[in-house]
Design a protein around this ligand. Sequence first.
Ligand SMILES: C[S@@+](CC[C@H](N)C(=O)[O-])C[C@H]1O[C@@H](n2cnc3c(N)ncnc32)[C@H](O)[C@@H]1O
Length: 229
Amino acid sequence: MSTEVRQMFSSIATRYDVTNEVLSLGIHRLWRRKAVRLSGAKSGDAVLDCATGTGDLALAFKRQVGETGRVVGTDFCKEMLDSAPAKAEREGLRVEFQVADAMALPFADNSFDVASIAFGIRNVDDPVKCLSEMARVVRPGGRVVVLEFGQPSGFFGALFRFYSKVVMPRVGGLLTGNRAAYEYLPRTSAAFPAGDRFLALMEQSGGYKEKVAHPLTFGTSYVYVGTVR
Ligand SMILES: C[S@@+](CC[C@H](N)C(=O)[O-])C[C@H]1O[C@@H](n2cnc3c(N)ncnc32)[C@H](O)[C@@H]1O
């Protein structure tokens, strides 16, 4: 499974940012800012962004923690990471990027104040293992922040399902040449535990003493915040 996921992201890597911008209508920027705010990260903190892809959330954290803070972005797909250092440099931000699997993080226990993962946990083979790894590398009392799609209900939910199942694959396919990747997105989002069911996964991982789910944009996405034991 993970080999196919890596190959899929590798095939869309160079078009990922523009497609993200178009398909989310720019809203992903607001969601990332909210995730950073809810993480409680402050100036001088050390932050790990797992499955960072092209690095947008890592850059948002770097703006928050400032010169004295340390931000590391990791991903298991080298092609997704390729554009990240140049993006950081354009903004004059110093962020470290390295290849790593979110289920086996190459960092010692308690190395970070905050760890995050945006639209990545749905793609890992074992989300509970990933949640316990993220808790392991964060100090007790630090936070783990997960940004992931939800399953909105009611009229907005119907609209969102139409958009994600009909519009996204067509537009994503046109922009990247890989329609299957943008069919994978709504399929996996619809099946992935959201809200309280995601908090249950956090509980199962054993790493968190407090867990809160914050719905965004009518439940289209969630920011989950866990305080590490
Ligand atoms: C939808 S992209 C999200 C990228 C970025 N976090 C963002 O918000 O734009 C999902 C990313 O998860 C990465 N990924 C999936 N499984 C992973 C794993 N087990 N370890 C590390 N990265 C993984 C993929 O390579 C891809 O870059």
